[in-house]
Write a protein that binds this ligand. Structure first.
Ligand code: GAL
Length: 418
């Protein structure tokens, strides 16, 4: 009897092994992203490793260029040629824009099975849905309104982390007089926009930010406060070094690391580069909200799955989506990326000081209407409006245009884009 059972079991095992391999799809993804700096590539590798260790094949499609402008151009070309990548780093309203084109696949089955409605904050879940169905998955929450500094450089000049723009200007004047570059900046339009939105927030406050950069209220755009914002932008132009034009953001971060500049205004992906270089918060670098900020400008990185054919590709999309929202991945990835988890309930014990401040401020600012989407990082507005604003900001930063003219140009450009 025992013998018969053993033989039966053995033949069953052979039958399982002998099932035609075509039945089982091999998960495969081609992933378009713009994470190419030291810290960013380490972070994307953690996703790639997780995907591979779950049996997937990953084809990497990195398109260099901070903020993702070049990546989005590459995406359009691929979609137009009828051959979209399987998974694409995409965010905010552009998820909706691509969904409206019918370009995105549906992830609702995975979302239901994995209970995403229960583990994602509703505001984040809504950005990932189109007509009530999941079409994208969030990896993190980045804070954009951060000021980074080299504590040794500050100590040398006898200045501390500024809490207001007046304090920033006073510190920067002192540093400049000592021959130290006050602000590490890369003259790329998205970096100018990043600085601009923090000045709008710091000088104008949460309501003004909302009116100007979310509601596109003409009165706010064309206001004396906006003139002051451009005055401060002009002042900041005087604090950058002569070689700022075209510099990548991570090279600006490196200037702060090496003590070649005192400050940088950049989202907390900058922290991923500090950490990847072995730098420690507190002793090697400092973080604080940008001057005057009583809010929190967020940028949520996410991946949308494009409409593709083939069982392998579809299995790849499902597996990737499932892993991205998983608790373990959200911890591992965000520890490297400088951001905080998008998913609720991830243990934060291993995160450092700036991540804890980010989580704390997110909660505190949300109580006072200060948790706001970043315009510069594509979270607040549609592409046409973002482009209209950023063009004026960059033009002003790189010319001697007056603040009054820039304010007028800003209102006109926004009006034309609508
Ligand atoms: C942001 C994105 C970050 C980081 C940064 C610089 O838009 O949210 O994850 O990649 O660009 O490239």
């Amino acid at each position: 009897m025992r013998k018969i059972r053993q033989t039966l079991l053995a033949s069953l095992a052979i039958a399982v092994v002998a099932l035609p391999s075509a039945v089982k799809a091999e998960p495969k993804v081609e992933v378009l992203h713009w994470w190419t700096s030291g810290g960013e590539s380490k972070a994307v590798k953690s996703l790639m490793d997780e995907f591979k260790s779950n049996g997937g094949t990953w084809v990497d499609m990195p398109v260099a260029g901070g903020g993702g402008d070049a990546a989005m151009t590459a995406l359009k070309a691929r979609v137009l040629s009828g051959n979209p990548p399987t998974a694409v780093q995409l965010k905010g309203p552009s998820i909706q824009e691509w969904a409206e084109e019918g370009a995105l696949g549906d992830l609702n089955d995975v979302g239901t099975a994995e209970k995403w409605d229960a583990v994602l904050p509703v505001q984040i879940a809504n950005v990932m849905k189109y007509k009530g169905r999941y079409v994208a998955t969030p990896v993190n929450v980045h804070r954009v309104d951060w000021l980074w500094a080299n504590p040794k450089v500050l100590a040398k000049a006898g200045v501390s982390m500024p809490a207001t723009w007046d304090e920033f200007n006073a510190a920067a004047d002192k540093l400049k007089a000592m021959g130290i570059t006050p602000l590490a900046h890369g003259g790329q339009s998205w970096q100018d926009a990043t600085v601009f939105e923090t000045v709008v927030l710091g000088l104008g406050g949460n309501d003004f930010y909302k009116k100007a950069l979310m509601d596109l209220d003409m009165k706010a755009l064309n206001s004396p406060t906006m003139v002051k914002v451009f005055d401060q932008m002009r002042r900041l132009r005087g604090y950058v070094d002569a070689n700022f034009s075209g510099r990548d953001w991570n090279l600006a971060t490196a200037m702060v690391m090496k003590g070649e500049a005192a400050f940088q205004i950049m989202g907390d992906w900058a922290k991923s580069d500090f950490l990847a270089a072995g730098k420690k918060p507190g002793s090697d670098f400092l973080c604080a909200p940008t001057p005057g900020s009583k809010g929190y400008l967020f940028s949520i990185d996410s991946f949308a799955m494009f409409n593709v054919k083939g069982a392998d590709n579809l299995a790849g999309q499902k597996l990737l989506a499932k892993l991205i929202v998983g608790e373990e991945f959200q911890k591992t990835f965000n520890l490297i990326k400088g951001s905080v988890p998008a998913r609720l309930g991830v243990p934060m014990g291993e995160f450092e000081y700036c991540a804890h401040k980010s989580t704390y401020d997110m909660e505190a600012t949300s109580q006072v209407g200060g948790l706001l989407p970043s315009y510069a990082h594509g979270m607040a507005l549609r592409g046409a409006q973002v482009g209209a604003i950023t063009d004026v900001v960059t033009k002003h930063f790189n010319s001697d245009m007056s603040s009054a003219d820039a304010t007028k140009a800003l209102a006109e450009a926004v009006e034309l884009s609508m």
